[in-house]
Ligand binder design. Structure first.
Ligand code: FMN
Length: 192
């Protein structure tokens, strides 16, 4: 009984610390900051063009995952532009056949820089869009549905949502059994 009480107190303290850290980072503006970067082109001779827009995190994980995805597209023959989400990221997408939005999940929400970027795109003109949530938790992220609705409301075509968390990835609500199954442009679609 006493052990249960101690456990509950520990959980409360942990919840308070997480809440305080999140609140502090939010108030300090670190979580909502935008980082401006050039568009780096991978496989300039690719036949179709894709744009990967990502929001960096505190660690290199969101950047590394976004680059890994971009390189996978390039290996499949795409010309890929990759850049960070900011007020300078192109919102005119008519030159692209595919858009990928990747962001860290903080406090159960879509990364702020990505939301601001998507808000600037008045019309997706039907462009196919992949959404990648980079998170700590190992449950399918509801943030993908939130962003999917925002993309679809602006005339975007939701292609696939990918939940990616440390060391594991999930497509279509289950863990992949092979790289091919995880490939964003192969296999089934999630949450359509
Ligand atoms: C302040 C803060 C809040 C977070 N909130 C969540 C969350 O609500 N859900 C989740 O799955 N992961 C959460 N995480 C874990 C991040 O999503 C995870 O660390 C992810 O890899 C983001 O990249 P980063 O570690 O480079 O910032 C949070 C991390 C931080 C620092």
């Amino acid at each position: 009984m006493e052990t249960n009480h101690f456990g509950a107190v520990l959980i409360l303290i942990a919840a308070f610390v997480v809440f305080a850290v999140f609140g502090g980072l939010l108030l300090s503006g670190i979580i909502s900051r935008e980082i401006v970067s050039e568009i780096e082109v991978i496989n300039a001779v690719g036949s179709k063009s894709a744009l990967v827009v990502y929001q960096p995190g505190f660690s290199s994980f969101p950047r590394d995952a976004s680059y890994a995805f971009a390189e996978g597209l390039a290996l499949s023959g795409w010309r890929v532009g990759i850049t960070t989400a900011s007020s300078e990221t192109p919102s005119e997408l008519s030159n692209y056949s595919l858009l990928t939005l990747a962001y860290p999940v903080y406090g159960g929400t879509v990364g702020t820089a990505i939301v601001k970027y998507v808000n600037r795109i008045n019309n997706f003109h039907g462009i196919k869009t992949v959404i990648i949530a980079l998170q700590g938790g190992d449950k399918p992220s509801v943030t993908i549905d939130t962003l999917r609705q925002q993309v679809q409301a602006a005339n975007g075509t939701f292609l696939k949502g990918v939940d990616t968390f440390y060391g594991r990835q999930r497509c279509n609500g289950k863990r992949p059994t092979s790289r091919e199954e995880h490939h964003p442009l192969k296999g089934g679609k999630r949450n359509q």
